[in-house]
Design a protein around this ligand. Structure first.
Ligand code: AMP
Length: 262
């Protein structure tokens, strides 16, 4: 059945995966002094974790003989090439950097990806369900809307058969299983897979794989911001907790604190 899916499409089953470069999730975020955003200078960057899952899923589909080529695309500054190299070391075949210094919001990212889809004609586009820097959770849905393609968001399982993507989604109270006609857009949830560690030989091999740098202006699409960030502030500091030795001490303490408050 899996082989049929490839054959029906003339043996060509390209997958496009969008990978965003974000601040590494282990880094403690600092807010800029002028409250216009978060500090990114001299901060460790990494691939958005949901996008690692997207790359892993595409690589697994290629290993199963379903996908024929994996193209990874990142939108942003020159440094994003490092993120693309990581994806290539995981097993993607080639990379596209859509180069821009502009602040790219979800609709702009979706519009750019739509232009790349037009150029590359993939059968499947896989994105993360959200980027951990802005938590927008919009790009995949907007891309599907712009393309007029079916979407399977928050995928926790994915199968491809007979020119369809079978997507399992964890919803309140159970699992929802969708059957999407290809081409389709999929966004990944945490449980879809566990991304592989990079091996040294694959890191070396990835250096030979091609990355095309495409200035965003060449795509001729509108990328202006639709919303303005007024202010970014850190969450309020939580008060330090205290440890109590027994329930009796806890009750006494709560009583005392209640008296202080009244
Ligand atoms: P968001 O809608 O911003 O939460 O992002 C959802 C997904 O869209 C991410 O996990 C990426 O797969 C993709 N995406 C968003 N922004 C970019 C970008 N600048 N470059 C590449 N992919 C992106």
């Amino acid at each position: 059945m899996e082989i049929d899916a490839v054959m029906e499409n003339g043996g060509d089953m390209k997958i496009l995966v969008a990978v965003k470069r974000v601040i590494d999730y282990k880094v403690h975020i600092r807010i800029k002094a002028d409250q216009t955003g978060v500090e990114t200078a001299n901060v460790k960057m990494a691939m958005n974790p949901f996008d690692e899952i997207a790359v892993e899923e595409a690589v697994r589909l290629k290993e199963k003989g379903i996908a024929t080529e994996i193209i990874v695309v990142s939108i942003g500054a020159t440094g994003n090439q490092e993120t693309l190299r990581t994806a290539l070391a995981m097993g993607a075949d080639r990379g596209i950097l859509v180069q821009t210094e502009a602040d790219i919001q979800s609709l702009a990212a979706a519009t750019i990806l739509q232009a790349i889809v037009k150029r590359e004609s993939p059968r499947l586009v896989i994105l993360g369900k959200q980027a951990i820097d802005d938590d927008s959770n919009q790009t995949g849905q907007m891309l599907a809307g712009l393309l007029g393609w079916p979407q399977g968001t928050f995928a926790s399982k994915l199968d491809i058969a007979n020119e369809r993507a079978i997507v399992t989604r964890e919803v309140d109270g159970g699992l929802e299983i969708l059957s999407l006609k290809l081409p389709a857009v999929i966004t990944t949830d945490l449980r879809l897979n566990e991304p592989r560690y990079l091996s040294l030989p694959n890191i070396v091999k990835a250096k030979q794989k091609p990355i095309v740098v495409l200035p965003v202006e060449e795509l001729g699409v509108a990328i202006e911001s639709r919303l303005q960030i007024l202010k970014v502030t850190a969450p309020e500091k939580r008060m330090a907790g205290t440890k109590v030795a027994s329930v009796a001490e806890l009750v006494q303490k709560l009583k005392n604190d209640a008296q202080v408050l009244t």
